[in-house]
Design a protein. Structure first.
Length: 432
């Protein structure tokens, strides 16, 4: 037990008393090692000249934040500092090492799954092939802090569990052993309660709130490579993200030019990669895999030469195509224009390339005398619908289901002045 000489004191009278006690104890925590005992409620009460209920209220706030915990009755001890978990496509092991924490891994289970055993994982990876399920307990300085379940295709990563059992980073293995370059990922975060088994593995009471992170990652070609569900102890992690206003996003550095038949191979590559990256939750797995590179290249070569239609590409610094759009007259509405499609290479996401392509299409159609511009978008693609709506496109009540895609689409129309698109923001999305 700490002596009264180590009890922090409060200077000043401003603010609620319990908040002042809270601040003083919080300052003390920065100077104590994990597991150190705090002064008793009586010692804190005497030192600050406040009632014990006031001290108890301050300590309850600290417990709720996971900074201290009760041990052996009413004895409170300090907790290990929380690990910052950046919302980036990085390795947990690398993140911990960067913070002076020794990472560790304990392999819990490795099994093979057919589609009937975990439909969600198969759908996320866009395949009906056998999957490898790898369950690992992640450690920080020997303490369990996260429970991870990783899904990968069994035929592609058949022997990866042995390396993961040795504590190697999955993303490092992808690069060094399998030659896979990460492209992008989509991640959802929610609060759930740990069940009895999960809690026992993590060393926490059953039904304790934990953070559930679900991530689907694709490679640089847009092909899914992992689906992972991780439970993080909320008392040991906090999520960190750097946010900027949308208007502050960096400008596009990729110039636009009209595509030619010689670009057909690059257009096909971008098309297939963007298709597979954008629609795992929209289209059936067989539809996602329907595009064969050679046939798609031939199709693109024909599309570039269609009279009255334009194909405009964004060009990356290395000369490759980073995205493209196709537009022309609306086949169903004489006198109106239509954006047929917009695709962006997943490697170049978040550079406002899609925004630039859409604005270019709308503005060019306006210059050609088309006052109204339409597009088709998958109904389940809520993000794309919202982004088009921000540009002035609204649903006109028309829908369709094309036999080859087997997914509902809705028609959106922008009517009137297109000049305002020069100051509006949209993000890349595919339209059919």
């Amino acid at each position: 037990m700490a002596s009264t000489s180590s009890v922090p004191t409060v200077d000043g009278e401003a603010g609620a008393k319990h908040e002042l006690v809270y601040g003083a104890v919080l300052d003390l925590l920065t100077r104590l090692p994990a597991g150190a005992a705090l002064p008793s409620e009586r010692e804190l009460s005497t030192a600050h000249g406040v009632s014990r209920p006031t001290v108890r209220r301050a300590l309850m706030l600290l417990e709720r934040e996971g900074r201290i915990r009760n041990e052996h009755g009413r004895r409170r001890v300090t907790m290990a500092s929380k690990i910052d978990l950046p919302l980036l496509l990085t390795s947990l092991s690398d993140d911990m090492r960067a913070r002076g924490i020794t990472p560790g891994t304990k392999l819990i289970d490795v099994s093979r799954l057919n589609p009937r055993r975990d439909e969600a994982a198969h759908r996320a990876l866009g395949t009906d092939r056998e999957l490898l399920r790898v369950e690992r307990l992640r450690l920080a300085d020997g303490e369990p802090v996260a429970l991870e379940v990783l899904y990968v295709t069994a035929d592609r990563f058949d022997d990866i569990s042995a390396s993961l059992d040795l504590g190697q980073s999955f993303y490092t293995l992808l690069h060094t052993t399998y030659g896979v370059e990460l492209g992008s990922a989509e991640e959802t975060i929610e609060a759930v309660a740990a069940d009895a088994r999960e809690a026992a593995l993590l060393g926490i009471p059953a039904r304790t709130p934990v953070l559930l992170l679900s991530r689907r990652t694709v490679d640089s070609a847009g092909s899914p490579i992992e689906y992972v569900r991780s439970l993080y102890r909320a008392d040991r992690f906090r999520l960190v993200s750097h946010l900027v206003p949308a208007a502050s996003a960096p400008p596009v550095a990729h110039p636009l030019r009209t595509a030619t038949p010689e670009d057909a191979g690059e257009l096909a590559r971008v098309f297939i990669a963007a298709w597979r990256a954008a629609y795992p939750d929209v289209l059936d797995p067989d539809v996602l895999e329907m595009w064969e590179p050679a046939a798609t290249e031939a199709w693109m070569r024909d599309l570039v030469d269609v009279p009255g239609e334009a194909t405009v590409a964004a060009i990356a610094d290395d000369g490759s195509i980073s995205g493209f759009t196709r537009y022309g007259a609306d086949p169903d509405e004489p006198g109106s224009g239509q954006i047929y499609s917009v695709y962006v290479d997943p490697r170049h996401k978040r550079r406002r390339i899609g925004q630039t392509l859409v604005r270019h299409a709308v503005e060019t159609l306006g210059d050609q005398g088309f006052r109204d511009v339409s597009l088709w978008v998958f109904e389940a693609n809520g993000a794309a619908r919202g982004l088009y709506a921000s540009l002035g496109f609204v649903p006109d009540g028309t829908g369709r289901v094309e036999a080859e895609f087997r997914a509902p689409e809705i028609r959106m129309v922008r009517r009137g002045d297109v000049a305002s698109t020069r100051s509006e923001t949209v993000a890349s999305a595919r339209t059919a």
